[in-house]
Design a protein around this ligand. Structure first.
Ligand SMILES: NC(=O)c1ccc[n+]([C@@H]2O[C@H](COP(=O)([O-])OP(=O)(O)OC[C@H]3O[C@@H](n4cnc5c(N)ncnc54)[C@H](O)[C@@H]3O)[C@@H](O)[C@H]2O)c1
Ligand SMILES: [Zn+2]
Ligand SMILES: [Zn+2]
Length: 368
Protein backbone atom coordinates (compact mmCIF):
# COMPACT_ATOMS: atom_id res chain seq x y z
CA UNK A 1 0.00 0.00 0.00
CA UNK A 2 0.97 3.66 -0.20
CA UNK A 3 1.48 5.98 2.77
CA UNK A 4 2.48 9.62 3.10
CA UNK A 5 5.33 10.02 5.56
CA UNK A 6 7.85 12.59 6.81
CA UNK A 7 11.26 11.27 5.76
CA UNK A 8 14.65 12.27 7.14
CA UNK A 9 16.74 12.52 3.96
CA UNK A 10 19.62 14.70 5.06
CA UNK A 11 20.74 15.62 8.57
CA UNK A 12 20.17 19.25 9.39
CA UNK A 13 17.65 19.72 6.57
CA UNK A 14 13.84 19.81 6.95
CA UNK A 15 11.99 16.48 6.84
CA UNK A 16 10.45 15.74 3.43
CA UNK A 17 6.85 14.60 3.34
CA UNK A 18 6.48 12.13 0.48
CA UNK A 19 4.64 9.02 -0.65
CA UNK A 20 6.24 5.70 0.28
CA UNK A 21 5.39 2.05 -0.25
CA UNK A 22 4.45 0.17 2.90
CA UNK A 23 4.52 -3.65 2.89
CA UNK A 24 1.96 -5.80 4.69
CA UNK A 25 2.65 -6.75 8.34
CA UNK A 26 4.62 -10.02 8.69
CA UNK A 27 4.47 -12.54 11.55
CA UNK A 28 3.96 -10.80 14.88
CA UNK A 29 3.50 -7.40 13.23
CA UNK A 30 0.60 -4.99 13.04
CA UNK A 31 -0.44 -2.32 10.51
CA UNK A 32 -1.49 0.87 12.30
CA UNK A 33 -3.41 3.85 10.95
CA UNK A 34 -2.05 6.85 12.85
CA UNK A 35 -4.58 9.35 14.20
CA UNK A 36 -2.22 11.61 16.18
CA UNK A 37 1.49 11.97 16.87
CA UNK A 38 3.42 14.31 19.15
CA UNK A 39 6.61 16.02 17.98
CA UNK A 40 9.39 15.32 20.48
CA UNK A 41 13.00 16.41 21.07
CA UNK A 42 14.33 13.00 20.14
CA UNK A 43 12.94 13.39 16.60
CA UNK A 44 14.65 16.76 16.26
CA UNK A 45 17.86 15.44 17.86
CA UNK A 46 18.05 12.75 15.19
CA UNK A 47 16.96 15.03 12.33
CA UNK A 48 19.62 17.58 13.26
CA UNK A 49 22.41 15.01 12.99
CA UNK A 50 23.44 15.49 16.63
CA UNK A 51 22.68 11.83 17.39
CA UNK A 52 25.77 9.87 16.34
CA UNK A 53 23.70 6.69 15.86
CA UNK A 54 21.27 8.40 13.45
CA UNK A 55 20.78 7.15 9.88
CA UNK A 56 18.86 8.11 6.74
CA UNK A 57 16.61 7.81 4.84
CA UNK A 58 14.24 7.03 7.68
CA UNK A 59 10.67 7.79 8.75
CA UNK A 60 10.84 9.62 12.10
CA UNK A 61 8.17 9.98 14.80
CA UNK A 62 7.57 8.02 18.00
CA UNK A 63 4.73 9.64 19.99
CA UNK A 64 1.93 7.95 18.10
CA UNK A 65 -1.63 6.88 18.76
CA UNK A 66 -3.87 5.20 16.23
CA UNK A 67 -6.07 2.32 15.26
CA UNK A 68 -5.15 -1.25 14.27
CA UNK A 69 -5.89 -1.71 10.57
CA UNK A 70 -4.65 -5.29 10.02
CA UNK A 71 -2.62 -7.87 11.92
CA UNK A 72 0.02 -10.29 10.63
CA UNK A 73 0.10 -14.02 11.42
CA UNK A 74 0.49 -14.99 15.04
CA UNK A 75 -0.79 -11.74 16.50
CA UNK A 76 -3.06 -12.69 19.39
CA UNK A 77 -3.33 -9.62 21.60
CA UNK A 78 -4.60 -7.12 19.01
CA UNK A 79 -7.34 -7.05 16.38
CA UNK A 80 -8.53 -4.63 13.71
CA UNK A 81 -10.22 -1.61 15.28
CA UNK A 82 -8.26 -1.67 18.55
CA UNK A 83 -6.95 1.71 19.73
CA UNK A 84 -3.23 1.71 20.47
CA UNK A 85 -0.39 3.86 21.76
CA UNK A 86 2.99 3.18 20.14
CA UNK A 87 5.89 2.09 22.36
CA UNK A 88 9.50 2.86 21.50
CA UNK A 89 10.17 0.84 24.65
CA UNK A 90 8.47 -2.52 23.95
CA UNK A 91 7.36 -5.20 26.39
CA UNK A 92 7.71 -8.80 25.16
CA UNK A 93 6.62 -10.20 28.55
CA UNK A 94 9.13 -13.06 28.14
CA UNK A 95 12.71 -11.77 28.39
CA UNK A 96 14.64 -11.68 31.65
CA UNK A 97 13.98 -7.94 32.03
CA UNK A 98 10.27 -8.14 31.24
CA UNK A 99 9.92 -10.86 33.88
CA UNK A 100 11.65 -8.71 36.52
CA UNK A 101 9.67 -5.92 38.21
CA UNK A 102 12.82 -3.79 38.58
CA UNK A 103 13.15 -2.70 34.95
CA UNK A 104 11.19 -1.93 31.78
CA UNK A 105 14.17 -2.32 29.45
CA UNK A 106 12.87 -5.18 27.29
CA UNK A 107 15.68 -7.03 25.54
CA UNK A 108 13.66 -8.66 22.76
CA UNK A 109 14.27 -6.37 19.77
CA UNK A 110 16.78 -3.75 20.90
CA UNK A 111 19.49 -4.43 18.34
CA UNK A 112 17.41 -4.39 15.16
CA UNK A 113 15.31 -1.47 16.45
CA UNK A 114 18.45 0.58 17.02
CA UNK A 115 19.55 -0.08 13.43
CA UNK A 116 16.20 0.99 11.98
CA UNK A 117 14.79 -2.45 11.17
CA UNK A 118 11.82 -4.48 12.32
CA UNK A 119 12.78 -7.57 14.36
CA UNK A 120 13.43 -9.73 11.25
CA UNK A 121 16.12 -7.29 10.08
CA UNK A 122 14.17 -5.75 7.18
CA UNK A 123 12.05 -2.62 6.63
CA UNK A 124 8.41 -2.36 5.56
CA UNK A 125 8.89 1.15 4.14
CA UNK A 126 10.43 1.52 0.68
CA UNK A 127 10.65 3.90 -2.24
CA UNK A 128 11.24 2.68 -5.79
CA UNK A 129 12.22 -0.67 -4.31
CA UNK A 130 14.88 0.87 -2.04
CA UNK A 131 14.36 0.35 1.70
CA UNK A 132 13.58 3.34 3.92
CA UNK A 133 14.41 2.63 7.54
CA UNK A 134 12.20 2.73 10.63
CA UNK A 135 12.98 4.91 13.66
CA UNK A 136 12.73 3.89 17.33
CA UNK A 137 10.69 0.92 16.11
CA UNK A 138 7.74 3.27 15.61
CA UNK A 139 7.99 5.66 12.57
CA UNK A 140 4.79 7.45 13.43
CA UNK A 141 5.26 10.55 11.23
CA UNK A 142 3.32 8.54 8.65
CA UNK A 143 -0.34 7.95 7.84
CA UNK A 144 0.31 4.23 8.33
CA UNK A 145 3.12 2.29 9.96
CA UNK A 146 3.96 -1.36 10.66
CA UNK A 147 5.13 -2.23 14.17
CA UNK A 148 5.77 -5.32 16.28
CA UNK A 149 2.81 -6.42 18.38
CA UNK A 150 5.03 -6.22 21.50
CA UNK A 151 5.48 -2.47 20.92
CA UNK A 152 1.79 -1.54 21.00
CA UNK A 153 -0.27 -0.75 24.09
CA UNK A 154 -3.99 -1.43 23.66
CA UNK A 155 -5.92 1.38 25.32
CA UNK A 156 -9.49 2.27 26.19
CA UNK A 157 -11.15 3.44 22.94
CA UNK A 158 -12.86 6.24 24.86
CA UNK A 159 -9.55 8.10 25.21
CA UNK A 160 -9.13 10.84 22.58
CA UNK A 161 -6.10 9.77 20.56
CA UNK A 162 -4.60 13.29 20.34
CA UNK A 163 -4.30 13.17 24.13
CA UNK A 164 -3.34 9.49 24.31
CA UNK A 165 -0.36 10.13 21.98
CA UNK A 166 1.42 12.07 24.73
CA UNK A 167 1.52 8.90 26.81
CA UNK A 168 3.77 7.37 24.12
CA UNK A 169 6.80 9.26 25.42
CA UNK A 170 7.24 12.40 27.53
CA UNK A 171 4.17 12.29 29.73
CA UNK A 172 4.55 8.63 30.73
CA UNK A 173 8.27 9.25 31.27
CA UNK A 174 7.56 11.96 33.84
CA UNK A 175 4.64 10.22 35.52
CA UNK A 176 6.55 6.96 35.68
CA UNK A 177 9.70 8.57 37.08
CA UNK A 178 7.67 9.57 40.15
CA UNK A 179 5.35 6.56 40.32
CA UNK A 180 7.66 3.67 39.29
CA UNK A 181 11.28 4.69 39.55
CA UNK A 182 11.19 6.86 42.67
CA UNK A 183 7.96 5.42 44.10
CA UNK A 184 7.27 8.74 45.82
CA UNK A 185 5.67 8.25 49.23
CA UNK A 186 2.62 10.10 50.50
CA UNK A 187 3.41 13.15 52.61
CA UNK A 188 6.91 13.55 51.16
CA UNK A 189 8.65 16.45 49.43
CA UNK A 190 9.49 16.30 45.71
CA UNK A 191 11.48 18.72 43.59
CA UNK A 192 11.28 18.66 39.79
CA UNK A 193 13.93 20.44 37.69
CA UNK A 194 12.50 21.30 34.28
CA UNK A 195 8.88 21.96 33.35
CA UNK A 196 8.71 20.55 29.85
CA UNK A 197 6.56 17.54 29.03
CA UNK A 198 8.71 15.23 31.16
CA UNK A 199 9.03 17.54 34.17
CA UNK A 200 5.34 18.43 34.19
CA UNK A 201 4.56 14.71 34.06
CA UNK A 202 6.83 14.21 37.08
CA UNK A 203 5.00 16.99 38.96
CA UNK A 204 1.69 15.26 38.20
CA UNK A 205 3.21 11.92 39.25
CA UNK A 206 4.33 13.35 42.61
CA UNK A 207 0.81 14.68 43.14
CA UNK A 208 -0.80 11.33 42.28
CA UNK A 209 1.53 9.64 44.79
CA UNK A 210 0.36 12.05 47.51
CA UNK A 211 3.48 14.18 47.92
CA UNK A 212 2.76 17.05 50.29
CA UNK A 213 5.24 19.58 48.95
CA UNK A 214 6.05 19.71 45.24
CA UNK A 215 8.60 22.25 44.06
CA UNK A 216 9.12 22.89 40.35
CA UNK A 217 12.23 24.66 39.02
CA UNK A 218 12.35 26.15 35.51
CA UNK A 219 13.55 29.25 33.69
CA UNK A 220 10.15 30.07 32.16
CA UNK A 221 7.40 31.77 34.19
CA UNK A 222 4.83 30.44 31.73
CA UNK A 223 5.95 26.86 32.31
CA UNK A 224 6.07 27.34 36.07
CA UNK A 225 2.41 28.40 35.86
CA UNK A 226 1.63 25.13 34.07
CA UNK A 227 3.47 23.30 36.85
CA UNK A 228 1.13 24.86 39.43
CA UNK A 229 -1.77 23.52 37.38
CA UNK A 230 -0.27 20.02 37.67
CA UNK A 231 0.12 20.24 41.44
CA UNK A 232 3.31 22.18 42.19
CA UNK A 233 2.96 23.87 45.58
CA UNK A 234 6.08 26.02 45.09
CA UNK A 235 7.97 27.25 42.04
CA UNK A 236 11.56 28.46 41.72
CA UNK A 237 13.25 30.32 38.88
CA UNK A 238 16.18 28.08 37.90
CA UNK A 239 19.81 29.13 38.20
CA UNK A 240 22.95 28.63 40.29
CA UNK A 241 21.05 29.38 43.54
CA UNK A 242 18.36 26.71 43.05
CA UNK A 243 19.93 24.24 45.46
CA UNK A 244 20.19 26.82 48.24
CA UNK A 245 16.58 27.88 47.69
CA UNK A 246 15.46 24.26 47.98
CA UNK A 247 17.51 23.78 51.16
CA UNK A 248 15.88 26.93 52.58
CA UNK A 249 12.43 25.53 51.74
CA UNK A 250 13.16 22.19 53.42
CA UNK A 251 14.58 23.19 56.78
CA UNK A 252 18.14 22.95 55.45
CA UNK A 253 17.92 19.25 54.60
CA UNK A 254 16.81 18.96 50.96
CA UNK A 255 13.99 17.01 49.37
CA UNK A 256 13.00 13.36 49.79
CA UNK A 257 12.84 13.04 46.00
CA UNK A 258 14.34 15.14 43.24
CA UNK A 259 13.83 14.75 39.50
CA UNK A 260 15.93 16.10 36.66
CA UNK A 261 14.06 16.69 33.38
CA UNK A 262 16.27 19.15 31.51
CA UNK A 263 19.00 17.04 29.90
CA UNK A 264 21.66 19.34 31.43
CA UNK A 265 24.40 17.68 33.46
CA UNK A 266 24.77 20.83 35.57
CA UNK A 267 21.12 20.48 36.60
CA UNK A 268 21.54 16.75 37.24
CA UNK A 269 24.22 17.72 39.74
CA UNK A 270 21.82 20.18 41.34
CA UNK A 271 19.24 17.41 41.60
CA UNK A 272 21.74 15.28 43.54
CA UNK A 273 22.74 18.18 45.80
CA UNK A 274 19.12 19.15 46.50
CA UNK A 275 18.24 15.61 47.61
CA UNK A 276 17.99 15.05 51.33
CA UNK A 277 20.84 13.75 53.44
CA UNK A 278 20.10 10.25 54.70
CA UNK A 279 17.66 9.03 52.06
CA UNK A 280 17.11 11.60 49.29
CA UNK A 281 16.74 10.02 45.86
CA UNK A 282 17.67 11.94 42.69
CA UNK A 283 16.04 10.52 39.56
CA UNK A 284 17.64 11.49 36.25
CA UNK A 285 15.27 11.57 33.26
CA UNK A 286 17.08 13.96 30.91
CA UNK A 287 19.25 12.74 28.05
CA UNK A 288 22.64 14.45 28.22
CA UNK A 289 24.75 15.28 25.20
CA UNK A 290 27.14 12.64 23.87
CA UNK A 291 30.28 12.37 25.99
CA UNK A 292 28.98 14.55 28.82
CA UNK A 293 29.47 13.28 32.35
CA UNK A 294 27.74 13.88 35.67
CA UNK A 295 29.97 15.46 38.30
CA UNK A 296 29.01 14.51 41.85
CA UNK A 297 31.03 15.12 45.01
CA UNK A 298 31.11 11.61 46.58
CA UNK A 299 30.36 13.04 50.03
CA UNK A 300 26.79 13.57 48.85
CA UNK A 301 26.46 9.85 48.30
CA UNK A 302 28.17 8.60 51.45
CA UNK A 303 25.81 10.77 53.48
CA UNK A 304 22.89 8.84 52.10
CA UNK A 305 21.76 10.37 48.85
CA UNK A 306 21.09 8.03 45.94
CA UNK A 307 20.96 8.54 42.19
CA UNK A 308 18.70 6.62 39.80
CA UNK A 309 18.11 6.87 36.07
CA UNK A 310 14.75 6.38 34.44
CA UNK A 311 14.05 5.40 30.85
CA UNK A 312 10.42 5.87 29.80
CA UNK A 313 9.69 6.32 33.51
CA UNK A 314 10.31 2.64 34.16
CA UNK A 315 6.90 2.09 32.54
CA UNK A 316 6.26 -1.42 31.24
CA UNK A 317 4.35 -0.11 28.26
CA UNK A 318 1.75 -2.74 27.38
CA UNK A 319 0.73 -3.21 31.02
CA UNK A 320 1.03 0.31 32.36
CA UNK A 321 0.28 2.78 29.56
CA UNK A 322 -3.34 1.52 29.50
CA UNK A 323 -3.48 2.04 33.28
CA UNK A 324 -2.19 5.61 32.97
CA UNK A 325 -4.78 6.27 30.27
CA UNK A 326 -7.48 5.03 32.67
CA UNK A 327 -6.26 7.52 35.27
CA UNK A 328 -6.47 10.25 32.65
CA UNK A 329 -10.03 9.20 31.77
CA UNK A 330 -10.90 9.18 35.48
CA UNK A 331 -9.87 12.84 35.65
CA UNK A 332 -6.66 12.30 37.65
CA UNK A 333 -4.31 13.69 34.98
CA UNK A 334 -5.01 16.97 33.18
CA UNK A 335 -3.57 16.42 29.70
CA UNK A 336 -5.26 19.27 27.80
CA UNK A 337 -2.77 22.02 28.79
CA UNK A 338 0.05 20.02 27.18
CA UNK A 339 -1.41 20.02 23.67
CA UNK A 340 -0.40 23.50 22.55
CA UNK A 341 -0.54 23.23 18.74
CA UNK A 342 -2.31 20.98 16.26
CA UNK A 343 -0.49 20.47 12.97
CA UNK A 344 -0.94 18.53 9.75
CA UNK A 345 1.70 16.03 8.69
CA UNK A 346 2.90 18.53 6.08
CA UNK A 347 3.59 21.01 8.91
CA UNK A 348 5.90 18.65 10.81
CA UNK A 349 8.92 20.95 10.45
CA UNK A 350 6.85 23.74 12.00
CA UNK A 351 6.58 21.44 15.02
CA UNK A 352 10.38 21.49 15.31
CA UNK A 353 10.43 25.29 15.04
CA UNK A 354 7.81 25.67 17.78
CA UNK A 355 9.83 23.31 19.97
CA UNK A 356 13.04 25.23 19.45
CA UNK A 357 11.20 28.45 20.32
CA UNK A 358 9.76 26.73 23.45
CA UNK A 359 6.35 27.75 22.18
CA UNK A 360 3.98 25.50 24.12
CA UNK A 361 4.67 22.04 25.51
CA UNK A 362 3.71 19.75 22.63
CA UNK A 363 2.72 20.12 19.00
CA UNK A 364 0.54 17.21 17.94
CA UNK A 365 0.15 16.10 14.33
CA UNK A 366 -3.49 15.37 13.56
CA UNK A 367 -3.83 12.90 10.68
CA UNK A 368 -7.49 13.84 10.30
N1 LIG B 1 14.30 9.15 29.98
C1 LIG B 1 13.48 9.07 28.93
O1 LIG B 1 13.00 8.01 28.57
C2 LIG B 1 13.13 10.34 28.21
C3 LIG B 1 11.98 10.41 27.42
C4 LIG B 1 11.66 11.64 26.83
C5 LIG B 1 12.50 12.72 26.99
N2 LIG B 1 13.63 12.60 27.75
C6 LIG B 1 14.53 13.72 28.00
O2 LIG B 1 14.01 14.47 29.09
C7 LIG B 1 14.46 15.82 28.98
C8 LIG B 1 13.28 16.75 29.08
O3 LIG B 1 12.41 16.57 27.97
P1 LIG B 1 11.23 17.63 27.70
O4 LIG B 1 10.53 17.19 26.49
O5 LIG B 1 10.46 17.86 28.94
O6 LIG B 1 12.16 18.91 27.36
P2 LIG B 1 11.88 20.49 27.37
O7 LIG B 1 13.02 21.10 26.64
O8 LIG B 1 10.51 20.78 26.90
O9 LIG B 1 11.97 20.90 28.90
C9 LIG B 1 13.18 21.18 29.54
C10 LIG B 1 12.92 22.29 30.51
O10 LIG B 1 14.10 22.52 31.27
C11 LIG B 1 14.14 23.89 31.60
N3 LIG B 1 15.47 24.29 32.05
C12 LIG B 1 16.56 24.63 31.31
N4 LIG B 1 17.58 24.99 32.11
C13 LIG B 1 17.13 24.86 33.38
C14 LIG B 1 17.73 25.07 34.65
N5 LIG B 1 18.99 25.50 34.77
N6 LIG B 1 16.99 24.84 35.75
C15 LIG B 1 15.71 24.40 35.64
N7 LIG B 1 15.09 24.18 34.47
C16 LIG B 1 15.80 24.41 33.34
C17 LIG B 1 13.70 24.58 30.32
O11 LIG B 1 13.24 25.90 30.57
C18 LIG B 1 12.57 23.65 29.85
O12 LIG B 1 11.30 24.07 30.28
C19 LIG B 1 15.22 15.90 27.67
O13 LIG B 1 16.60 15.74 27.93
C20 LIG B 1 14.71 14.71 26.89
O14 LIG B 1 15.63 14.27 25.92
C21 LIG B 1 13.94 11.43 28.36
ZN1 LIG C 1 9.96 11.40 22.78
ZN1 LIG D 1 11.04 -8.27 27.01
Amino acid sequence: MKTRAAVLEQFGAPLEVQELDLAEPKDGEVLIRLVACGVCHTDLFTASGADPSGYSPAVLGHEGAGVVERTGDGVASLAAGDHVVTLFSPQCRECIHCLDPRTNLCLAIREQQGLGYLPDGTTRFSRDGEPVRHFMGTSTFSEYTVMPEIALAKINPEAPLDRAALFACGLSTGLGAAMNTAKVEAGSTGVVFGAGMVGLGAVAGCRLQGAETIVCVDLSDERLELAKGQGATHTIKGGPDSVQEILDLTGGFGADYTFEATGLVSVMRQAVEAARMGWGLATVCGVAGKGETLDVVPRFLITGRRVAGSSFGGVKGRDQVPQLIERYLAGDIDVDPFVSHKLTLDEVNRGFELMEAQDGIRSVIDFG
